[in-house]
Design a protein around this ligand. Structure first.
Ligand code: ADP
Length: 256
């Protein structure tokens, strides 16, 4: 197991933003953290990337309790870009936090810019970039040091359809190389890239499992309904999943 999280909680004063969250991520697994606004996605990802100290709970990364920053690549929801820098200057700047030598950083920056399709824009100022280009540059920065786990906070939520498609395509390529945990409030984005989904609501996991099991859920549960209790559970879960479907009309194949 690459990452194990046990009963992780975060309180902001009296407000419990994340409540006893438990999750596992295997090597090279792609997991989507799906939840509406305010459900605790950013708080969770910030704790996993080491930006925020948990109130309680355990994070075990590769068997150890300390997370080595070098093993994690992080793209925050609102990355800070300096608009006057060029793309290559930005990577050289951000890469100073890694252990790469100057020469390695130069090579790696060029490699990553071409990986995210920004080779031709590498000497252009970030101020002139579209939202999609900025996110692609953010991805390049997060991958500079070859992390084992990439943590991406709402990487496509603010993008237009073209930017969204470009970034999701890059994520499809990336998941062949490393584990990815990314947050979104749109099921359609989650199901395009990931095979495992964790649904968060009000700081707790409401459902977790594979995309296949989410799709099969209706068929199985229609047949096993026998007691009132099960019916109630089913209705609850159905309503829950529907909330997400409403935000992603293209997900018509999952009809619960
Ligand atoms: P999401 O990323 O799913 O939108 P967040 O993790 O940002 O959710 O927020 C979860 C809850 O914690 C929300 O109710 C939010 O208002 C609250 N919250 C987030 N950050 C802070 C903070 N710095 N101080 C107080 N409350 C916060």
């Amino acid at each position: 197991m690459l990452l194990t999280v046990e009963k992780l909680s975060k309180k902001y004063k009296e407000h419990v933003a994340v409540k006893e969250l438990t999750l596992n991520i295997e090597h090279n697994q792609c997991v989507a953290l799906l939840g509406p606004n305010g459900s605790g996605k950013t708080t969770t990802l910030n704790m996993l990337s080491g930006l925020l100290t948990p109130t309680s709970g355990k994070i075990v990364f590769q068997g150890g309790t300390t997370i080595n920053r070098q093993d994690i690549g992080f793209l925050p929801q609102y990355p800070a870009f300096f608009s006057w820098m060029t793309a290559i200057e930005y990577l050289q700047f951000a890469g100073k936090l890694s252990n790469l030598s100057k020469r390695e950083l130069q090579n790696k920056s060029n490699e990553m810019l071409s990986f995210v399709g920004l080779e031709e824009a590498k000497n252009k100022r970030i101020g002139g970039f579209s939202g999609g280009m900025k996110q692609r540059l953010g991805l390049a920065q997060a991958m500079l040091h070859d992390p084992k786990l990439l943590i991406l906070d709402e990487p496509v939520s603010a993008l237009d359809p073209t930017g969204r498609r470009d970034v999701l395509n890059i994520m499809m390529e990336l998941k062949k190389k490393m584990a990815i945990l990314f947050s979104t409030h749109v099921l359609h984005d989650a199901e395009q890239v990931c095979d495992h989904i964790i649904m968060l609501k009000e700081g707790t996991v409401k459902w977790a499992g594979s995309l296949d099991s989410l799709r099969k859920r209706k068929i199985e549960e229609t047949f096993i309904l026998s007691t009132e209790e099960k019916l109630e559970d089913w209705i609850k879960s159905k309503e829950y999943v529907k909330e997400y479907l409403l935000t992603s009309p293209t997900s018509a194949e999952i009809k619960l």
